[in-house]
Design a protein around this ligand. Sequence first.
Ligand SMILES: [Mg+2]
Length: 381
Amino acid sequence: MKINQATIFPLSIPLIEPIKMAKEVIVDAKTVLLCLTDDEGRQGWGEASVAPLMTGETLDSLLASLKYLVDKARAVEWSTPNLFSKSCNAILYGNPSAKSCLEMALLDLYTQQHSISLWKYLRSINISIGSVGLTEIPLLRMLGGTPEKEIADAKSFREAGFRHWKIKIGSLSLEEDLNRVQLLSDLLEGDVISVDANGAMSLDGALRFCTSVQASKLSFAEQLISADSTLADFALLKERSPISIALDESIHGSTEIEEFMMANALNGASLKLIKTGGVMEAWSCAQILRRNNLKLNLACKVAETSLSGAATASIGFAIGDVPWGFSMSNQYLRFDICDQPLTAKRGHLELAQLNATGVGITPNLDRVKDAVAQDYSIIQY
Ligand SMILES: [Mg+2]
């Protein structure tokens, strides 16, 4: 398979409401779509969102590396998905978001060419998964804002079927966060409730948080301490915490999962395609977690469109179990780039929402063009 043409769309899509994290406030999704046309006229789409604090890439740097990658990609014969990322690494060091974007578009083309869906293709290359059936994935809903809003959202989304939650913590005092957590834990008792500090806590603060009775109903606590912390700090936190420890910013691929596993420093991990450099590496990570009885959370960066949502969900449908839920972030966007955006049905994403072949979503070109970021233009090769 050869690439004949490539179009890059730098997008900015406003969020329904700003999302406050420990170290940033996000008001719009800066995301990049890539459309490749192969030598038989097929079109394949890829997406990667900008997350400077997670991958070090900005919108400008992501566009620059993607242009560089795509230009060189036209000389390559793309025939073996297992080798796609190796070929990307041979062109450019680092830049996992840009590589993920290109790999997704290539996988979309490859799976369309073979008339198979991406999730089925992933399953087919690992026969040990067997035929575990999964027709829907539980979606995880983020809670934030004023206490009144958090409570109102928790009630209304629970009524709509959501049972997986993430409370963003780390920007208030420890006591304030603990009070919020206790209030929401009581309200949502029996559900999978988690917190995410995006690395904002000190080790001492994290230990106090995890051992506090107010946090005792949590199912897991994600990235409480900074990814720069020592492995010994992470191991100590896991050893002393009665709550399961999840890692996000610390995990960029299977190497880190194995390192943290050896140090007995995690109970599970959050996988995002922009961190792993694409679907194939995320798929390897999901299998390592499963083999070692560690828990899996799937996540899109806040916020990505239905396209990235479908690619990320494919890992869940292929592996057959997503115990810590899926943060499908298109639910926070004011609008999406396809005619039938992925939506929550009773708090779940249903497999039936994905196309039968390819990644599962075909963007509508007019909608994509409408979302092009101000001061940026479409780039065509
Ligand atoms: Mg996180």
